[in-house]
Design a protein around this ligand. Structure first.
Ligand code: GDP
Length: 360
């Protein structure tokens, strides 16, 4: 075998998983919608893939949206996977191996409203789980006298503002930086941050006009590539590992699992172990389902069946006996391992999650 043949047969870099947190009404949903919307309007076939519970934005699309800020040649991570359900409830239930399921978080703060109770709660959760995060200082377009620059990077937007508007925004931004410092984080505007492991980057943006979103994507990509590459190395062909987002009844399938798969592969007919309300559930995958693009809500066939999927991705798993499965619980493919060993693994992980919940 030549060198290239032996090289990296199983190891592959997966997509970093991104969660969006913040106080109610600060713009989490609008931000996710805007990212999805602008990715789609880039007009490329397959610009984004709508997964179950998550949206995958491939590197090429990130690069088109971020313009000159992201050169795809500088990256080997495949893009970004955004968890669609914003908010810290989903964040706290979504765990993997005792940590957070998300590799990185975006904390959304309304620039005018500043830190609010749920902002502080989110920060506590991020601290506790040790999740790296950046701050999206949202709604910059509501600054009095603002001259919006649809979809532009923040530098271009700044240049188009009056001195007064810029000053007003800067005052609000420094207040947020001060709030972060009160919470024990050294923070700065992201373009002044040299080391993102030591300092929190603040990205001014508007989820409404899209200005500053190129910067947000560039920072997320850059941070993941620079500091998380080792964690993104997975054995893509190995037995799948995931976390249950939701347990849902689907007509024709009974109880199904919406899962974010963060490691390995899952195939139809494989045996899986899932955390249940009473004890781990051992069952066999009957079908793997992806949402059908542009499916009519009323039509029966809302899903496409796939033979197998690999991390990182969102997928719906149909299997018997899933009624007692729990949101937040681990899912493991057994493959060629001893099933009791996998059951123990799932039990140990569930015990870790319960301790964490009681502490809150
Ligand atoms: P969530 O509760 O954090 O998900 O907040 P939403 O995304 O639902 O946003 C709350 C409100 O703020 C909605 O009316 C949005 O249209 C508005 N909003 C969100 N982002 C922006 C923004 O960047 N600029 C302006 N002007 N309004 C925004």
């Amino acid at each position: 075998m030549s060198d290239t043949d032996t090289h990296d047969q199983t190891g592959t870099l997966r997509t970093p998983i991104v969660a969006v947190l913040g106080h109610v009404d600060h713009g989490k949903t609008t931000l996710l919608d805007k990212i999805r919307g602008s990715a789609v309007s880039e007009g490329e076939a397959g610009a984004i893939t709508q997964h179950i519970g998550a949206t995958a934005v491939p590197l090429d699309t990130v690069s088109q949206m971020a313009g000159s800020l992201v050169d795809p040649d500088d990256f080997d991570l495949p893009g970004l996977l955004f968890i669609d359900t914003p908010g810290h409830h989903s964040f706290t239930t979504l765990r993997s191996r005792g940590g957070a399921l998300a590799d990185i978080a975006v904390l959304v703060v309304d620039v005018n409203d500043g830190f609010q109770p749920q902002t502080l709660e989110a920060i506590d959760i991020l601290k506790r789980t040790g999740t790296p995060f950046i701050v999206a200082a949202n709604k910059i377009d509501t600054t009095p006298g603002w001259n919006p620059q649809e979809g532009e990077p923040i530098q271009q937007t700044y240049e188009a503002q009056s001195k007064q508007a810029r000053q007003r925004l800067d005052e609000n931004l420094y207040e947020i930086i001060g709030n972060l410092s009160d919470e024990g984080f050294s923070a700065d505007l992201y373009w002044r941050v040299q080391n993102f492991t030591k300092n929190i980057g603040v990205v001014p943006l508007s989820a409404m006009t899209g200005e500053g979103i190129p910067d947000l994507l560039a920072v997320l990509m850059g941070l993941s590539q620079r500091y998380m590459k080792a964690e993104m190395e997975i054995d893509v062909a190995g037995p799948g590992k995931g976390t249950v987002l939701e347990v849902k009844e689907e007509r024709g399938f009974g109880a199904t699992l919406d899962v974010v798969l963060y490691d390995g592969t899952v195939r139809e007919d494989e045996t899986i172990v899932v955390g249940g309300a009473n004890s781990p559930i051992v069952t066999e995958v009957r079908a793997l389902l992806q949402p059908r693009p542009n499916a009519e809500i009323r039509t029966e066939k809302r899903f496409d069946r796939v033979d197998q999927v690999s991390a990182a991705t969102g997928i719906k798993i149909a299997a018997p006996d899933l009624e007692d499965a729990m949101a937040g619980a681990p899912v493991r493919v057994v493959r060629d391992r001893d099933v009791d060993e996998v059951i123990e693994e799932v039990q140990a992980e569930l015990a870790g999650i319960e301790v964490e919940t009681e502490e809150q």
